[in-house]
Design a protein around this ligand. Structure first.
Ligand SMILES: [Zn+2]
Length: 370
């Protein structure tokens, strides 16, 4: 016998309007064993619903907004794996926490020790108390017997995955870190793009027409970022900063941006030709709140911006470690006509950096932008 508040659930589900997996989601909430409604496994749902994990996360995040699910942030101790702190809001998280078992302070890192849980909201279905206490007992038992609770599995949702989800940024935009706190991300792939020659375009076309071209270019860039599972973090003038899950996705997005812009130049046929310089870099960043939004800062972000600045129009540039990262060379090989390597001194960066400047071969008359 199910104790689901079906009426309330259906009212909340209506707020999704039409979404391809809503009937699957409803079915899951009504018929899954209670254990599966606690700390919901997105990988299993992705498999069952035959959609990407990112789509499942989108549904889970919206379901939190609509009161169907609850979301919790768990901060695991890096040593024993126990949950040193749980928090319902990102705003209540701290850059450091203390593990009472190991008696030690640790720094929170969104792609290492921070986990996000989604469970059914008690207003929709009240889970039996022993579901949570069984989970807590398991942690204690693991640590007592083996010294460590292994919390990571294919179903684990790391904090960084949620923070970099466009829907989280969209609907939990108000859920930022408190102003004096920053969270580390050990490894983020950062992309910068910039339109070249926009200043002279404003002179030639006037503000309104030039701005329309720039705005259209933003659409193309954002679409390419989204298509490759990235998220736009911000625009700075004509520049766009995006973050990706891995290096190869950023390279594919860069290709799509260049191709989409080329085909948009061709189809307009007004003689105006916008080109992009793109730069990418991967490394540690810190997430902070700025202007009421989560923003990323640090040396990695600076180098990505500088790498973009040394690109020629139409090029994509990257440092040595990025060039050698898994999947990058294979991705480049498909489209690249020329790679130039050279040491570049960047403003504000101490040592010269080896930069690979990559020029795309023209894709004859086709666009990868659907
Ligand atoms: Zn510990």
């Amino acid at each position: 016998m199910s104790s689901t508040n079906e009426q309330r659930l259906d009212a909340a589900l209506k707020r999704f309007r039409s979404h391809p997996v809503i009937s699957d989601f409803r079915e899951f909430l009504l018929s899954a064993p209670v254990e599966e409604l606690f700390h919901i496994d997105p990988t299993r749902l992705a498999r069952n619903w035959n959609v990407p994990r990112r789509t499942v996360l989108e549904v889970l995040l919206r379901a939190v907004r609509f009161g169907i699910l609850g979301m919790e942030w768990a901060f695991h101790c890096p040593t024993c794996g126990g949950v040193a702190k749980e928090s319902l809001k990102l705003a209540h998280t701290h850059e450091q926490d203390f593990c009472p078992v190991c008696k030690y302070d640790f720094r929170n890192t969104l792609d290492e020790n921070v986990e996000v849980f989604f469970s059914v909201d008690p207003e929709i279905q009240k889970l039996p108390a022993d579901v949570k206490s069984r989970y807590e007992r398991q942690i204690v038992e693991d640590i007592t017997k083996g010294g460590r609770h292994e919390w990571q599995s294919s179903g684990t949702i790391k904090g960084v995955e949620v923070l970099n989800h466009p829907v989280f940024r969209d609907i939990f935009g108000d859920e930022t870190l408190s102003l004096d706190q920053s969270l580390e991300i050990r490894s983020a792939t950062v992309l910068f793009s910039d339109v070249t020659g926009s200043t002279s375009m404003y002179e030639r076309l006037g503000d309104a027409r030039a701005y329309r071209l720039i705005r259209d270019h933003f659409d193309l860039v954002f679409r390419a970022i989204d298509k490759h599972d990235g998220v736009p973090i911000k625009t700075i003038g004509d520049e766009v900063m995006g973050v990706f899950v891995d290096e190869a996705s950023a390279v594919r997005a860069a290709f799509d941006m260049q191709d989409a812009l080329t085909s948009s130049n061709d189809s307009r046929g007004d003689g105006e030709s916008l080109t992009l310089r793109i730069g990418v870099h991967r490394g540690p960043v810190i997430a902070v709140t700025l202007n009421n939004q989560i923003d990323y800062f640090g040396r990695t972000v600076n180098i990505a911006a500088r790498t973009q600045a040394v690109s020629e129009p139409g090029q994509l540039s990257m440092g040595e470690p990025f060039f050698r990262a898994p999947g990058v060379k294979e991705t480049l090989r498909k489209r690249v006509s020329q790679v130039k390597r050279g040491a570049v001194t960047m403003k504000g960066i101490d040592e010269p950096i080896q930069v690979y400047r990559v020029t795309l071969s023209q894709q004859s008359g086709t666009s990868t932008d659907q």
